[in-house]
Structure formats: C-alpha cells, structure tokens
Design a protein around this ligand. Structure first.
Ligand SMILES: C[S@@+](CC[C@H](N)C(=O)[O-])C[C@H]1O[C@@H](n2cnc3c(N)ncnc32)[C@H](O)[C@@H]1O
Length: 275
C-alpha cells in the first residue's frame, strides 16, 4: 500500500505499524493479540512463558467484556479489533449472537480473516463479521448493537469526540460500552511522553486525558459514565515481561516509568445509552 492509496482518515504511522511493520508479529505481543495485558499478582512471581503472556492479553479482553453486561444473545461490536482474536474469545466465552470486528486497516482485516478462517467458514459461520471502518465514522445503522467495546485502540483514534458520538449512535437504548486503553492524566504530559516513548513522538499514540473521552460520552447523551484506573494490573506486569528482552530506559520499558511519574495510566471507561 502506498501513501497515495492509504485509506482516508488513516494516519501514516497507523498505516505503517499495522501494515508492513505488522506489530502483531513482534514477539513482545505474542499469539496474534496486540495489547499490554492484564496481569495477576502471581504472574510477577517468575519469568512468564509465552502461554502466560497470551493469557494476559486474553485477560484484558475478559476484564472489558466482564464489565459489558450480560452478552448472551447480544449483538456486539469491537472497535479496533486487530486480528480479531478478541472477537473469537467473546464469541466462545460470552455467548453473543453476533460479533462484528471493525478495524481501520485493511491489512489487519486480511490477517483477521486468515486467523479466524475456521470461525468464518465453519459451524459458527454467520456469528462473526469483520468489517473495515474507522472509530470516528462507523459503517453501521443507528442502534445496531447491544454492546460496543474496544481494547487498546483508542490511543490511536484521531477524534475521541467523534468516536463517542458514533458509539452512542450505533448502540440501542440500554446498550453499553466498555473501552480500555492508556491515557495521559496530566494534560501537560505530551512533550515529556514524546521524549520518553517513540510511539508518542511519532504520533502513533496520542496523549490525551481520559476526561476527553468521558466528557465526550456525556456530551453524546451517554449515562452512568465511569472511569477506573487498572494501571496496577497492567504496567508492572508488562514491564516484568519486557525485562527479559529490553534494558531499562528503552522503549517500551519507559511505559512503566511514565506511569510511576504520573504521566500515563491505563483505564477502563464504561457508559450506558439511556433507554
Ligand atoms: C494495538 S492494536 C489492538 C488490537 C486488538 N484490539 C488487540 O488487543 O489485540 C490497535 C488496532 O486499532 C486499529 N485502529 C487504529 N486506529 C483506528 C481507528 N481510527 N478506527 C478503527 N481502528 C483503528 C489498528 O489498525 C489496530 O489493529
């Protein structure tokens, strides 16, 4: 894919990272997931195996899906689904009728179709859809979903206001959203984060306070908007895993340092569309 045929609305860093560079193939992620993981205290006792690491990424999905209300029989949308393995987990463990995985990147969707070929063509065919679309302009009807969730993708979204408005629009009254990602609690942290972390310096990750999303959800008419830090279950475990391969002071070990300095944290943000 060249610069010229980059889909409208996709930044060059997003195109490169999830296209030719294929972040899912970088060993620090593992198993086709691309998130920092949700770690239990006992995970920090010894060196994690690759299987442990994959489980932490699945557990981040479980942490989000557990807060999304009962999903049995539901129509569910994942925004920024990557390789769609979280969609498969949702289908297998939470019993929704239909999971739609949406991602902005066509190459991610190609990978997702390969990774989920069994589900797309097998006995469960029809329960998983993979669709190209942006968080800020979702290609869906009003009130199409009972639940909209997103795992470690919102740090890339250009416009959290449009994402919140689209989430409210595609949810049915009474539907729920749950979003997990990292945000910068200190609004003045952006220059320091850019010094510490290449992915903020090159514009892949955008430094914004979580209130930018929670306020936008309120403005979009969502109710019961909540924001909970899960940093203690993310950053120390992520750094523990990295320590086998990366020296202190390198990307991505500066994520832990940034959290310790109060520059960055990891959150679960939830809200309900009023009936
Ligand atoms: C860090 S990966 C996370 C993938 C997956 N949720 C996981 O945890 O394995 C972020 C994903 O968000 C997608 N993405 C980035 N910006 C997006 C946008 N504006 N709308 C939809 N997807 C986007 C990327 O293409 C990428 O697949």
């Amino acid at each position: 894919m060249t610069q010229e045929d980059r889909p409208e609305g996709m930044r060059a860093t997003v195109q490169e990272t999830y296209g030719p560079a294929d972040l899912s193939a970088v060993p620090v992620f593992a198993g086709g997931f691309i998130n920092f993981g949700y770690w239990r205290p006992e995970d920090l006792d010894g060196p994690p195996t690759v299987e442990d690491r994959i489980r932490t990424q699945q557990d981040l999905y479980r942490r989000v899906l557990d807060t999304s209300g009962p999903l049995s029989g539901a129509r569910v949308l994942e925004v920024g689904c990557g390789l769609g393995l979280g969609c498969a987990l949702a289908l297998e463990e939470y019993g929704p009728d239909l999971v739609t995985g949406m991602d902005i990147h066509p190459q991610q969707l190609d990978r997702a179709r390969r990774a989920n070929a069994g589900l797309l063509e097998g006995a469960g065919a029809g329960r998983l859809r993979l669709v190209r679309g942006a968080a800020e302009r979702m290609p869906f009807e009003d009130a199409e979903f009972d639940c909209v969730y997103s795992v470690e993708a919102a740090q890339h979204f250009d416009d959290l206001g449009l994402f919140a408005a689209e989430t409210a629009r595609v949810l049915r009254p009474g539907g729920r959203t749950a979003v997990t990602s990292f945000f910068a609690p200190d609004p003045g942290a952006a220059p320091r984060l850019a010094e510490l972390l290449d992915t903020f310096a090159d514009g892949l990750d955008i430094a914004r306070p979580p209130a930018e999303l929670t306020d936008a959800l309120v403005r979009s008419g969502m109710a019961d908007v909540r924001c909970e830090s899960i940093g203690p279950s993310v950053w120390p475990g992520w750094d523990h895993w990295l320590s086998a391969q990366w020296k202190p002071g390198t990307w991505p070990r500066n994520f832990l340092y940034a959290w310790e300095q109060g520059l960055l944290d990891y959150y679960v943000i939830t809200a309900v569309r009023p009936r």
